[in-house]
Design a protein around this ligand. Structure first.
Ligand code: ADP
Length: 492
């Protein structure tokens, strides 16, 4: 199959979160299964830094409102593990400091930028003149790809038989804009209705994809179920429920090369499941880096992620004083909400011997934190999939998670039964409260202290699991086939 994989970020060129990791690794796994995969992503300033010599292969212009916006297509000199990568260049939209925002906040022209990107992906793929089986669009930034395919291009000779799969990486981000932006789409006003792209008087790009894509998926089976409920549906549970038959959950994989404690260049020592000795050196380096006492006996509990309420940082902030009473050292790495940062900073000052935080986006440090911690805390309020707990499992770092979405799907709680039958990999709590979190932390500390052999078994069980892409990539191929069948029915 020929798949066009469109994403607003793709590692190693650009990344603000899990989507960047996924777009940097799933296409390679699909290529390994014998498919032809072209990744399309913006030529941001940071992407240009990674690959300044991407070769120009086509150009053109697409309408954004009344303007014709010019695009240049560049082929990256760096293939993503067997998949080709193409950049859409438009310096006015993409040659900026951040991907979606700068120090002043979110860019005010986000709607135009991603209308442009979605249209340019379609136009550029046509310029390459190779028939496309499936357009795989990710998140609201690419949501208009399935919309245009269905509403504008269904009769077009190049596009009429192409299918679309839309992946929701996080339903909380919907591409919501005021209705005055509608003319930028160049679609008839009749599609601005509550069954299509209108949402409480606003324009909702993601909703358009939920309605018009041939198949939909999200990044874990539990999250696929949860988003059809009022509690986690972010107002779109009805629209998702209408597509229940076409909505699936596929757990993300991790890149086993980038995240491998045996060969990780960011670590001072290598280790694996057979020989965990190097993990102690990582722990020491981590504590040194965070200026915490390296000889402390307590468990090192790490947290890494965007500083937003979704990740449960507010819950951590509420539990901080209690956590500081436990025999543990807390190391936090994150960037985001300045108010959450301030709360964490204050706590770190109050409990300087036990809590330390770094507020930066630092990939090397994320690796060191994952390796050097004994446990990784991930108390997300909701979690579509989550990658950090998968990295932690591979690094012998026991995850402590809120049992929601992908966290519940990937971490097996250390109940007595799971410990006895050797399936336990971490600790999960049900109640999203400080008490719930502390209960799981206490169970983890008790096991580590009271039964070190059982703790090591837990580590090894997690390290022995395979969360790499091949299995999930096969699931994606099934979804592509399904989307193609649906598109074939549509085009007769
Ligand atoms: P999300 O996509 O919701 O942000 P995920 O757990 O799926 O969450 O993926 C987050 C990715 O971003 C992981 O690779 C994680 O290591 C990385 N990351 C998040 N915050 C930071 C940070 N401050 N420094 C380095 N890496 C980070």
């Amino acid at each position: 199959m020929h798949i066009v994989y469109a994403s607003s970020e793709a590692a190693p060129f650009s990344k603000t979160g899990g989507l960047g990791d996924v777009a940097g690794s799933l296409p390679g796994a699909l290529a390994a299964l014998g498919h032809e995969v072209d990744v399309f992503t913006p030529y941001y300033r940071c992407a240009r830094k990674v690959d300044p010599k991407a070769e120009k292969v086509a150009d053109g212009a697409v309408p954004v409102g009344t303007e014709m916006a010019p695009w240049v297509l560049r082929r990256s000199s760096l293939a993503i593990q067997g998949a080709s990568c193409y950049f859409i260049e438009h310096d006015g939209y993409f040659d900026r400091e951040g991907l979606y925002s700068d120090a002043r906040g979110d860019y005010s022209d986000s709607c135009s930028r991603f209308i442009f990107f979605s249209r340019a992906v379609l136009a550029a793929s046509q310029a390459l003149e190779r028939p496309v089986d499936v357009f795989h669009a990710n998140d609201w930034q690419c949501a208009l790809i399935p919309v245009y395919l269905k509403l504008s291009l269904s009769e077009h000779p190049f596009f009429h038989s192409a299918a679309s799969l839309f992946t929701i990486h996080n339903l909380a981000y919907q591409g919501l804009f005021w209705h005055w932006d509608w003319p930028l789409l160049n679609l008839p006003w009749r599609h601005f209705n509550w069954k299509e792209l209108e949402f409480h008087g606003k324009l909702n790009l993601l909703k358009g994809a939920l309605v018009h894509a041939d198949a939909l998926n999200t990044v874990s089976p539990a999250y696929a179920r949860e988003i059809q409920t009022a509690e986690h549906g972010c107002g779109l549970d009805g629209a998702l429920g209408d597509r229940a038959e076409d909505l699936f959950g596929v757990v993300n994989g991790i890149d086993p090369q980038a995240w491998n404690p045996r060969s990780d260049p960011h670590l001072p020592a290598a280790y694996d499941a057979e020989d965990l000795a190097g993990k102690a050196a990582c722990r020491e380096a981590l504590l040194k880096r965070f200026k915490l006492p390296a000889d402390a006996s307590g468990a090192v509990v790490g947290i890494v992620g965007r500083l937003v309420e979704q990740k449960g940082f507010d819950l951590v902030a509420q539990a901080l004083d209690e956590l500081a009473r436990r025999n543990l050292l807390l190391v936090v790495l994150g960037t985001g909400d300045p108010r959450l940062q301030e709360r964490l900073e204050k706590a770190a000052r109050r409990h300087g011997e036990r809590i330390a935080a770094a507020f930066a986006f630092d990939n090397g440090l994320a690796h060191l934190l994952t390796a050097g911690s004994d446990a990784l805390l991930m108390p997300s309020r909701f979690e579509p999939c989550g990658l950090n707990q998968l990295y932690a499992l591979r690094y012998g770092t026991v995850p402590i998670v809120h049992a929601v979405g992908g966290l519940g799907d990937t971490v097996t709680d250390a109940t007595e039964a799971a410990l006895a039958d050797g399936t336990a990999t971490g600790f999960a709590f049900q109640e999203f409260t400080p008490q719930g979190l502390l209960g799981a932390v206490d169970r983890a500390l008790a096991l580590r202290q009271g039964d070190p052999a059982a703790w090591t078994r837990l580590q090894r069980t997690g390290m022995g699991q395979d969360w790499s892409w091949p299995r999930s990539a096969e699931r994606y191929v099934e979804l592509y086939e399904r989307a193609k069948r649906k598109a074939a029915l549509r085009s007769v």
